[in-house]
Design a protein around this ligand. Structure first.
Ligand code: TUI
Length: 312
């Protein structure tokens, strides 16, 4: 395949694996890159030395390019921003904020910078300060989300900037990927679909919970606090949404989710943990591996394009 994104990143398929907090560690990132996509290590709120170690471990498993996702709300963000430059990481994506102040340092280190945006305004701003591409992430995605759906956001971002756009949120098969290309995207980013790969080190309970999920099983908590987060519904989301409806304050709500992602990912507590997932979980039905998943996704995409003929 050849798109502006395969060319920019030197990869075989125009697919990026989301930099999922606690989930996207080096086994998954290397697995995705080895399979021809772009794997990402999710720096989340981890200390800089953890990120450095992860980068070095990924390099042992693959010679292909991989990246690091920097979560801009991290208390360690300044140190992590330096580590990616020091370690010669090829690609940086960012989430949950505006990475403008790090841009000069990253560009000087030869890093391809791809901010994740949830609005046209931020996409334009990122283009102005030197971003190589943007990920336009719709609110079907898991984790921390914006307001706008992928279907509405992607074409508006495509119209708003001249750099390539990668679509994210709500895709887990070739139909979704083909649709993203129809909206003008040059690549896709998937998270939820990668949760159930062999290379993904999360607790089996998390994988089984995703496989069991149906279309209507995600909930968004934290709309009232300004930090909307999409997870699979469970005891935690039920309690949270109840308290939120009763007008509970930030502190009380924060307490409910504190350490929640760790509980889900590491301990396998899918009742009281934060089981972050996109709305497409209902389509994720079987465990697989990165190579088989990516090969299937793009075989399906090819078939969709072959079969498109709505005009006589
Ligand atoms: O960042 C994500 N998804 C995430 S980060 C994360 S860790 C976390 N957990 C709990 C609370 C907060 C973070 C879990 N999932 N996706 C990319 C993304 N970025 N989605 C939305 C945004 C975004 C939103 C507002 C980016 C920028 C923004 O405004 C920036 C500005 O200053 O204009």
């Amino acid at each position: 395949m050849k798109t502006k994104i395969t060319e920019l990143l030197g990869i075989e398929y125009p697919i990026i694996q989301g930099g999922m907090a606690w989930v996207a560690e080096y086994h998954l990132a290397a697995g995705v890159s080895e399979a021809g996509g772009l794997g990402l290590i999710g720096a989340a709120s981890a200390p800089a030395e953890w990120v450095r170690e992860q980068i070095r471990e990924a390099k042992k498993l693959t010679d292909k390019p991989f990246g690091v996702n920097i979560m801009l709300l991290s208390p360690y963000v300044d140190e992590v921003a330096k580590v990616v430059a020091e370690e010669g990481v090829k690609v940086v994506t960012t989430g949950a904020g505006n990475p403008e102040k790090y841009m000069e340092m990253w560009k000087a280190a030869g890093i391809k910078v791809i901010p994740v945006v949830a609005s046209v305004a931020l996409a334009k701003r990122m283009e102005r300060c030197g971003a190589d591409a943007v990920v336009a992430e719709g609110c079907e995605a898991g984790g921390h989300i914006g307001e706008t759906t992928t279907m509405a956001l992607v074409p508006q971002v495509v119209d708003g900037v001249n750099i390539p756009v990668i679509a994210a949120g709500g895709m887990a098969d070739g139909r979704g990927i083909a649709a993203a290309f129809m909206l003008g995207a040059e690549g896709v980013q998937l998270g939820t679909a990668f949760l159930v790969t062999e290379e993904c080190q999360i607790h089996e309970n998390y994988k089984d919970f995703v496989i069991k999920a149906k279309d209507i099983d995600t909930r968004v908590t934290g709309r009232s606090t300004g930090h909307p987060v999409r997870c699979l519904r469970n005891n935690q989301t039920r309690t949270y949404l109840q308290k939120e409806a009763e007008g509970a304050g930030f502190e009380e709500l924060e307490h409910l989710t504190l350490g929640g992602l760790r509980r889900a990912v590491i301990d396998g507590d899918v009742k009281d943990g934060s089981v972050m997932s996109g709305q497409i979980a209902g389509m994720v039905k079987e465990k697989t591996n990165c190579k088989a998943l990516i090969a299937r996704l793009f075989e399906e995409t090819k078939q969709v394009f072959k079969g498109v003929s709505i005009y006589e």
